[in-house]
Design a protein around this ligand. Structure first.
Ligand SMILES: Cc1cc2nc3c(=O)[nH]c(=O)nc-3n(C[C@H](O)[C@H](O)[C@H](O)COP(=O)(O)O)c2cc1C
Length: 161
C-alpha cells in the first residue's frame, strides 16, 4: 500500500510524528510551508485568527500530485482549536485525490478543540473518504505506546503495528 503523509509543522512536533508514520509504512513525506510574511511579534495572533476562521494560506509546494497513492495522511498542529491554515491549503492543493482514503492527525498542547471535525469536513469536501482521526499531546510525541496507538488508527496496514 502506497501512503503519502502531508504535514505542516512550525516548531517540529508534527514533523516528528509524521516521520514515525513514514517509517512505519515506508510512506512518502511532504512537508508544507506557510509562505505568507508574518511579523514575528504579531504572528501568533494572526495565526490564531486565521485558523479560527478556517482560512487557507499561501503554501509551498502550491500543488501536490497524489495520484498513484492508496492513502493520504494529513498532519497539523492545533492552532486556536483548529488545524492550521497551511494544512487547509494543502488539502485544497492535492490533485488526483477523488475517492481516495485519507486519515488525519494533530499534535496539541491539551485542547485539540474542533480539529478532528474540521479535518473531516475539508477531506470530504475534496471527495476523499475520511477513515481515521487521531491526536497526540505535544508532551507524548516520544511516548512509544501513544505513538503506536496513533499509528494503528492512521495506517491500516503498517509494518510496525
Ligand atoms: C498559534 C498557536 C496556537 C495554538 N493553539 C492551540 C490550541 O488551541 N490548543 C492546543 O492544545 N494547543 C495549541 N497550540 C500548541 C500547538 O498545537 C502544539 O505545540 C503543537 O504540537 C505544535 O506543533 P508543531 O511543533 O508541529 O508546530 C498552539 C500553538 C500555536 C503556535
Amino acid at each position: 500500500m502506497k501512503i503519502c503523509i502531508i504535514y505542516h509543522s512550525e516548531s517540529g512536533n508534527t514533523r516528528h510524528v509524521a516521520q514515525h508514520l513514514a517509517t512505519a509504512c515506508d510512506g512518502k513525506l511532504i512537508g508544507i510551508s506557510d509562505t505568507a510574511n508574518y511579523n514575528r511579534f504579531t504572528r501568533f495572533l494572526i495565526w490564531c485568527k486565521k485558523a479560527r476562521g478556517e482560512e487557507a494560506t499561501s503554501i509551498e509546494p502550491a500543488s501536490i500530485d497524489v495520484s498513484g497513492y492508496d492513502q493520504l495522511i494529513f498532519g497539523s498542529p492545533v492552532w486556536a482549536f483548529k488545524p492550521t491554515p497551511a494544512i487547509h491549503a494543502a488539502i485544497n492543493a492535492v490533485k488526483g485525490c477523488e475517492g481516495m482514503k485519507a486519515t488525519a492527525f494533530c499534535t496539541h498542547g491539551g485542547r485539540p478543540g474542533q480539529t478532528a471535525e474540521a479535518f473531516q469536513k475539508w477531506i470530504e469536501d475534496r471527495g476523499m473518504k475520511c477513515v481515521g482521526n487521531a491526536n497526540i499531546h505535544q508532551n507524548d510525541i516520544e511516548n512509544k505506546k501513544k505513538t503506536k496507538e496513533l499509528i494503528s488508527v492512521l495506517i491500516k496496514e503498517s509494518k510496525t503495528v
